[in-house]
Write a protein that binds this ligand. Sequence first.
Ligand SMILES: *Cc1c(COP(=O)(O)O)cnc(C)c1O
Length: 310
Amino acid sequence: MTRKDIHLTNNQTPVQKIDEPFFKDLSIRLSIKREDLNDNEIQGNKWLKLKSNLEQAKQQGYKNLLTFGGCYSNHIYATAAAGKRFDFNTIGIIRGPEPKKLSPTLNFALQAGMQLHFINRLDYRNIHNAEIQKKLIKRFLPAYIIPEGGSNQLAIDSCADYAKTLPTDYDVISCACGTGGTLAGLIKGSDNSKKILGIPVLKGADFLFGEISNFINPGSSTNEVNNWTLNTDYHFGGYAKSSAELEDFIVEFYHTHGIKLEPVYTGKMMYALYDLIKKDYFKKDSRILAIHSGGMQGLDGFPELKKRLE
Ligand SMILES: *Cc1c(COP(=O)(O)O)cnc(C)c1O
């Protein structure tokens, strides 16, 4: 079997300027890097994080990829698609009991050939424990194991390499955070003159300060780079929680700028940036680069919003 080269054909994504009258008044420039356009399936930061893992798995001769996630996970979706495209078998360990009706994400994964294995929430919570992991996944081995959300050291280094490809005429780089792996890479790969602002999309995300420090500098809990921060005020009630206000913002943003966001990650980030600009959070003349990290398949979990974006 000759495996296909691990690359995307559409790797050059544009930076688009976002114009709003109130930005001008406050002398703020906002642009968005369209990683949602890198691929329809292995999209956004999920490609950035998977790429080097796929290369490593291929190099080490693995045929199976095994990873973890919830029913609506962008990472599960992307891994299933990557397996199909680059000739790996994929196994998805899914949190929670098998639902009567599969989510659109899991349906896609199944169609792409992913083998789905459901485990209860309690075991799932302990899945990072090496012993429990060994017991639960033994029958699927040997497999190249990718952690939930795809955030391992290879993924972070790959995001750091990505940061070096970004245009340099920006003062602030912002990204939505789940595990914080992507943000850690952006911090690692950016020079100290840049400020990196993460917007966690889950509630109670203070633990991410430590996680991200550890991703940047494994084993060290002290924060040696201080050009980054998180604003934890924009979770909208928790992971994958949405609100009428957030969805109205996403619809308005689409009608004004022609760019689709979704309510799990990128919608919250952009809402946060608008709100922070209004609240004078950024220095005058700041040039902000927002990363559109993709995840558009997530809209399938919000059919009414999806309709409003047609
Ligand atoms: C997974 C994901 C994130 C979060 O990435 P982390 O590296 O886990 O912080 C952000 N945006 C989108 C669209 C995602 O799918």
